[in-house]
Design a binder for this molecule. Structure first.
Ligand SMILES: NC(=O)c1ccc[n+]([C@@H]2O[C@H](COP(=O)([O-])OP(=O)(O)OC[C@H]3O[C@@H](n4cnc5c(N)ncnc54)[C@H](OP(=O)(O)O)[C@@H]3O)[C@@H](O)[C@H]2O)c1
Length: 263
């Protein structure tokens, strides 16, 4: 990528977004922008970690944009070359539609959308076959089981590819499993809170298999998709499933003083 590219990251203050900003700055990108729907500025405590990153002073610009408000998205996207769409919100479809439309209007070259394994795995019809990028969650099943997160991620990703087909916008998507790892931001996000549950026993954990992926692997995958022109379509980003009881064992060996879930 040329050193004059301007990259925008939505949801930059979040768990995945913060690591992506860190990696982009570390990789020496020329300049990048990020956004927030509230008061995003260097003095905003919630996002102070971004302004403190190496290179942020020279190459990071912070924007405020509500992704549910098309005009604010269009204003924020104007002048950018490429987009990482990382935000998380219940009505993901509206936010994604707004970003896609603004990208087309602004003639953005490529948009990398963070979808989720939730848009892949809710599909009993798939049977015994190993799930891969060809597998889509069943929207009717998500709806009838009131699995709103999976439904919104699936619909948002389907919409991203439908928009790409209609307009020719270069869209690639990443479907990570449960993302864990060190936090750059000060607020505990939803996926990191799952690990806290292992300590408090709020969820049944014994024997259950979970798919995890490290946040640094997720951001590396996003950068690879961004930098590889021939990358197209969707990419699953996951490691081997781990038994939750084994994860707890590991946590105990690192932090023996905590109490852990036993049921
Ligand atoms: N973490 C996981 O395990 C996981 C797994 C698979 C896929 N994903 C996907 O990865 C993406 C990032 O997840 P994350 O864990 O990093 O989430 P996160 O820490 O909760 O961050 C979400 C970000 O989106 C912003 N946002 C939410 N609604 C917005 C709106 N209307 N306008 C502008 N910004 C808005 C949030 O800003 P505020 O803080 O101001 O609300 C925050 O910066 C999401 O698309 C998620 O579905 C995550």
């Amino acid at each position: 990528m040329a050193m004059t590219m301007t990259v925008r990251v939505t949801g930059a203050g979040g768990f995945v977004g913060s690591w992506l900003v860190e990696r982009l700055l570390a990789a020496g990108r020329d300049r990048m922008c990020d956004d927030d729907r509230f008061d995003l500025c260097a003095s905003d405590a919630k996002n102070a970690h971004l302004a403190a990153l190496d290179g942020a002073g020279e190459r990071l610009r912070l924007f405020r944009a509500d992704l549910l408000d098309y005009d604010s998205v269009a204003k924020a996207v104007a002048g950018c070359d490429d987009i990482f769409h990382v935000e998380l919100l219940a009505p993901a479809v509206t936010g994604t539609k707004n970003v896609l439309k603004a990208c087309s209007q602004a003639q953005v070259k490529r948009i990398v959308v963070v979808s989720s394994l939730s848009a892949v795995m809710v599909n009993p019809e798939w049977g015994d076959k190993a799930m891969d990028e060809g597998c889509w969650s069943d929207v009717d099943l998500c709806r009838t089981t009131e699995n709103w997160y999976c439904l919104s991620k699936t619909l948002a990703e389907l919409e991203a590819f439908a928009h790409a087909k209609r307009t020719g916008l270069d869209v690639v998507t990443l479907c990570p499993s449960l993302v864990i790892g060190p936090l750059l931001q000060s607020i505990v996000n939803a996926s990191s809170a799952v690990l806290v549950d292992f300590l408090t026993g709020d969820r049944l954990v014994k024997m259950k298999l979970r798919n995890f992926v490290d946040v640094r692997d997720v951001t590396d995958a996003l950068l690879l998709m961004y930098e590889t022109p021939e990358a197209s379509g969707r990419f699953v980003c996951n490691s081997h499933p781990r038994r939750v009881s084994d994860v707890i064992k590991l946590l105990k060996s690192w932090y023996p003083a905590y109490k852990y879930a036993t049921k």
